[in-house]
Design a binder for this molecule. Structure first.
Ligand SMILES: [Zn+2]
Length: 286
């Protein structure tokens, strides 16, 4: 809870049913940006929506593969930093595994905190510059540009989860076992089935880097890889990709485990260029 406290999350966690909801309610999906108000001394996120179609929510696309379907009532009231700041997420209904949607919302809100506190990891100017520097003339198709953005998004997610994981644990949204299973399921062992050879290389390199992210996150947030399931799946992919894949994988994993909390803008730009460059060594290897 240390980091979160510094940013102004203070006590008052509450997970409860609809009965505690504030009076004003809307219906249907909402955009995360639309529920944020910024004043001089605080950022406030307020949602009180009934019948939210979960598959239309942005977090469904960001963390695909989760059981996100059906309708849910979503109530969020998050104020940060500000005096007496509080963090409260209430969700009810919907075909959502217990704790999972709240966890995703905590994650989304952590992005907002990173943006509003101007953390370099969420600075679009730095991100665009790094992607241009590395990708111009190399990433020429839509899928390639998307992969570069997804790679950067993985770094942003790790920085967001430095906050969100603390919250998730503090509130008890996920047990240690659930956190383990969540990240173990992230790791893919199957190589790309794309017919186009360039595309297959890029997709394999993405899977390698995405596995590195999940395994780095376990290490970073002290989540146990019970039975070595994630490590074994990652190893299977690396074996299928050949011996040259191992070095870049270790490099990326190490880079992501050791992301500095207090990084400067200049350090972050260099880090992204290094990170994307290593990825390209795998994706563009002929
Ligand atoms: Zn995210």
């Amino acid at each position: 809870m240390r980091k979160a406290t510094k940013l102004g999350f203070v006590s008052g966690f509450l997970i409860a049913g609809c009965s505690t909801a504030p009076p004003r309610t809307d219906k249907g999906a909402f955009k995360v940006e639309d529920v944020v108000q910024t004043t001089d001394d605080a950022i406030r996120v307020q949602v009180n929506h009934r019948e939210v179609p979960l598959q239309e929510m942005p977090m469904a696309s960001l963390l695909a593969g989760l059981p996100m379907a059906g309708l849910a009532d979503v109530v969020i009231d998050l104020t940060v930093p500000g005096e007496g700041g509080r963090f409260r997420i209430v969700v009810s209904g919907g075909a959502v595994e217990s704790g999972m949607l709240e966890g995703l919302l905590a994650h989304e809100m952590s992005h907002i905190v990173r943006m509003r506190t101007r953390h370099p990891s969420h600075n679009p100017r730095i991100i665009e510059a790094a992607i241009r520097q590395v990708g111009d003339g190399v990433a020429t198709t839509d899928y390639q540009r998307k992969i570069l953005h997804d790679l950067v998004n993985n770094v942003e997610d790790l920085y967001a989860d430095d906050i969100a994981f603390e919250v998730i644990r503090k509130v008890g949204l996920m047990t240690a076992k659930e956190a383990t299973e969540f990240l173990q399921n992230w790791v893919e062992d199957a190589p790309s089935e794309a017919r186009d050879r360039t595309r297959a290389r890029w997709e394999n390199a993405w899977r390698l880097a995405n596995n590195a992210r999940a395994i780095a996150q376990m290490e970073r947030h002290g989540v146990e890889d019970t039975g070595g399931v994630a490590a074994a799946a990652s190893d299977r992919l690396l074996s299928r990709m050949g011996p040259a894949a191992r070095g870049p994988f270790e490099y990326l994993r190490n880079l992501l485990v050791n992301l500095k909390k207090g990084i400067t803008e200049d350090e972050y730009r260099k880090l992204l260029v290094d990170y994307l460059g290593r990825f390209l060594e795998v994706a563009e290897r002929t």
